[in-house]
Design a protein around this ligand. Structure first.
Ligand code: NAD
Length: 493
């Protein structure tokens, strides 16, 4: 792919940097803007309009007035817009991938992977849009006919994080469009460019004015608070940290909003003594190092049976030492920069804490000198279960290895967290794998595989990892509300 400075400059010039409100690109009413930086170079990529409370209210007006006609637009028409959106994402795959690497840092090949994954939500929900059937049945007593229909929930507020700038947007926007909801999308301030580029593609695909409103901002509460207080808003779907999610859930109680929360994780990856160790190492590498470890689905804790721990750790160290760290634009890079200096400092703190509690650094151990926020792939062993790295979401390329003696102990260790999003199990005994699925409290389980996200699958967590599911048929249901009409039985008179 051409990654010459001329091409990147041309791409940045073409990328919108305004708010998208009621079908128009606009400046923020206050005139405020914020800088978007490249985490690999710390250079400014663009200056983007920063929405405030007045813009939020204008977006709410637009979403509320478009709701009725969009909700009644035939599902085939909505599906066709989504499908055109999917095609346009394919046509602009290089541009989207480059923007993601520029503003978020992940290696280009992983950004291309996200274009495939993220684009797929548009295609999947274009197919689901026309198959969202209700029910027609008799009540058991035969006294009534039941007509059960699904209606769009209504205007939604969608808030996305920086770590998957395309997929986290399409995973919400596509089912909302398919269900007939209008929306206000607020991307993360660190990575708004991919979302703004996607918005331009969806407009080109034929979205009517007011259906999708996009409000980048570096003062997110100024946008979310007036929206959450507005009775016309009917749903919030949030992906981000558990702390911010809880705060928004509190605010959402005022108008009793439908709420979908995709929050933090602390995923265990369990390697049993009967695992295929090469497969387990490959799975651990994918689940831990993809996206520089900045994924809610990351394997945060690697739990290995004591009889194979040494061999597994040696194999993992060998694979990790071969990982190339550098700018995501460079050919062959596996690990790009972390998102910012704060992220680097907090990952370093977790490693220091683990070492103070007795962990041994097998590989890496700290930040790599800048410019750019690079952190060396780090492998820790003999990690104490009390170490912060075991209890908190790491969000960096750090793999702590802990050992267990038997299945009960592995299950207890895996469940010893307030989170419950992704988990991984490696065993050649499929009954054992399924039994572990029954016993661990996680919304997602990868059995002998390190990456399981798919547009057709219901993605989401339990406990403090969240509420609701995205993707699959479940993902569409999140944007519909059920109405039951009881009809006098035609046999009652
Ligand atoms: P974050 O919570 O800091 O921010 C997420 C979004 O919320 C951003 O758009 C941000 O601008 C906005 N925000 C922050 N404070 C706000 C406020 N007071 N009011 C309204 N909006 C506010 O999270 P992050 O650092 O962007 O993302 C990383 C987190 O996201 C991790 O915890 C990760 O596990 C989680 N995540 C979860 C999933 C999932 O599907 N479960 C997927 C990706 C990321």
């Amino acid at each position: 792919m051409d990654v010459s400075p001329q091409r990147l400059d041309a791409l940045l010039t073409q990328t919108p940097t305004s708010l998208f409100l009621d079908g128009q690109w606009r400046q923020a009413s206050s005139g405020a803007r914020f800088a978007v930086k490249n985490p690999a170079t710390e250079e400014t990529l663009a200056s983007v309009a920063s929405a405030g409370a007045d813009d939020a209210r204008a977006a709410m007006d637009a979403a509320a007035s478009a709701q009725d006609s969009w909700g009644r637009t035939p599902s085939r028409q909505r599906a066709e817009i989504l499908r055109r959106g999917f095609d346009l994402v394919q046509d602009h795959a290089e541009q989207l991938a480059l923007l993601m690497t520029l503003e978020m840092g992940k290696p280009l090949v992983q950004s291309q992977g996200e274009v495939v994954y993220g684009g797929e939500f548009l295609r999947w929900f274009s197919e689901e849009a026309v198959r969202d059937h209700g029910r027609y049945a008799d009540t058991p007593e035969g006294t009534l006919r039941m007509l059960v229909t699904r209606k769009p929930v209504g205007p939604c507020l969608l808030i996305t994080p920086w770590n998957f700038p395309l997929a986290m947007a399409t995973r919400k926007v596509a089912p909302a469009l398919a269900a007939g909801c209008t929306m206000i999308l607020k991307p993360a301030a660190l990575t708004p460019l991919t979302t703004l580029y996607l918005t331009a593609l969806l407009v080109e695909a034929g979205l009517p004015a007011g259906v999708l409103n996009v409000l980048p901002t570096d003062t997110p509460a100024a946008v979310s608070e007036p929206l959450l207080a507005d009775p016309r808003l009917r749903k919030i779907s949030f992906t981000g940290s558990t702390a911010v999610g809880k705060h928004l859930m509190n605010q959402a109680t005022e108008n009793v909003l439908r709420t979908s929360m995709e929050l933090g994780g602390n995923g265990p990856l369990i390697v049993f003594e009967d695992a295929d160790l090469d497969k387990a190492v490959a799975g651990a590498l994918a689940a831990k190092m993809r996206n520089m470890g900045e994924a809610c689905t990351a394997a945060n804790r690697i739990l290995v049976h004591e009889s194979v721990a040494e061999e597994f750790t040696a194999k993992l160290a060998q694979r990790m030492s071969a990982l190339k760290v550098g700018s995501g634009l460079e050919e062959g890079v596996d690990v790009g920069p972390l998102i910012d200096a704060k992220a680097c400092a907090s990952v370093a703190e977790l490693v220091e804490d683990a070492v103070q509690r007795g962990a041994e650094v097998v590989l890496g151990g700290g930040a790599v000198e800048g410019p750019g926020h690079f952190f060396a792939p780090t492998l820790l062993r003999n990690v104490s279960p009390d170490a912060r790295v075991v209890k908190e979401e790491i969000f960096g390329p750090v793999a702590p290895v802990l050992t267990f003696g038997n299945e009960d102990e592995a299950v207890a260790m895996a469940n010893a967290t307030e989170y419950g999003l992704a988990s991984y199990v490696f065993t050649e005994n499929i009954s054992r794998g399924l039994r572990i699925g029954d016993r661990i409290d996680f919304g997602l389980l990868g059995l002998n595989v390190g990456v399981i996200s798919n547009a057709a699958a219901p993605f989401g967590g339990v406990k403090q990892s969240g509420l609701g599911r995205e993707g699959g048929a479940e993902g569409l249901a999140e944007y519909t509300s059920t109405q039951y009409i009881g009809i006098e039985s035609p046999w009652s008179s």
